[in-house]
Design a protein around this ligand. Sequence first.
Ligand code: DGL
Length: 265
Amino acid sequence: MNSSPIGVFDSGIGGLTVVKEIIKVLPNESIIYLGDTARVPYGTRSKEMVTKFALELVKFLLKRKVKALVVACNTISALALDQIKKISPVPVVGVVLPAVAEAVRASKNKRIGVIGTQGTIESKVYEREIKKIDPSIEVFSVGCPLFVPMAEEGLHNHKATQLVARDYLDDILKAKVDTLILGCTHYPLLLETIKETVGPSVTLVDSAKPTAYALKKVLSDNDLFSNNQNPSLEFYVTDAPDRVFQVASRFFGSEPGSKIKKVIL
Ligand code: DGL
């Protein structure tokens, strides 16, 4: 038993899609969320820069005595997970492996599509991890950078998003994948548009739920569960908490209960 909080972090507020699932799967856990809203997006940055920023976020959370870290960002998980694991004395859960495991389970025709930020797609992490499990699976990847601002602006089901989705997903459709990994924290917000574009025969896999279950397993393996009946939820961002509030509600499904605090890293 351990009632210390779980540290969850992201380049911005997209990681709240993961927090939402963690709360459902692990309702007794306290959570500290940190979003680097001052420096988002990470998806267009170099591996060096993403790693430097990510390690700063990790240090902030470790100072707050978290018992585990969840890297609720595909770009950070793709580019900096090894470095984070190197400096972290507590278990670290990324979003890539849980989604990969689910997609490999779901695919029948062994053709899997992956969409994500440029950083994630260029890292080829999904391809590598999928092929480690089953080398016969073919992977088709496309970067969809415009989906991030569109999700933040709440443009799901908007004409512009439908148009962009058709353009981005054209090659994926032609590749006849039966499973598509939404390899970015923001994409679950555009689920309907993506679903409409790829059609009902393609299974969509997003990392939020599989990551929450991966965290549950890590807590169980390390005897770190909490039985706190009144767990706390703290939100920190690195810039403009008031502006973030409304957008955060889109990702979280409701307004984050507590006030979002600004921190200087
Ligand atoms: N959180 C990022 C991800 O999941 C998307 C936003 C960004 O580019 O920083 O890849």
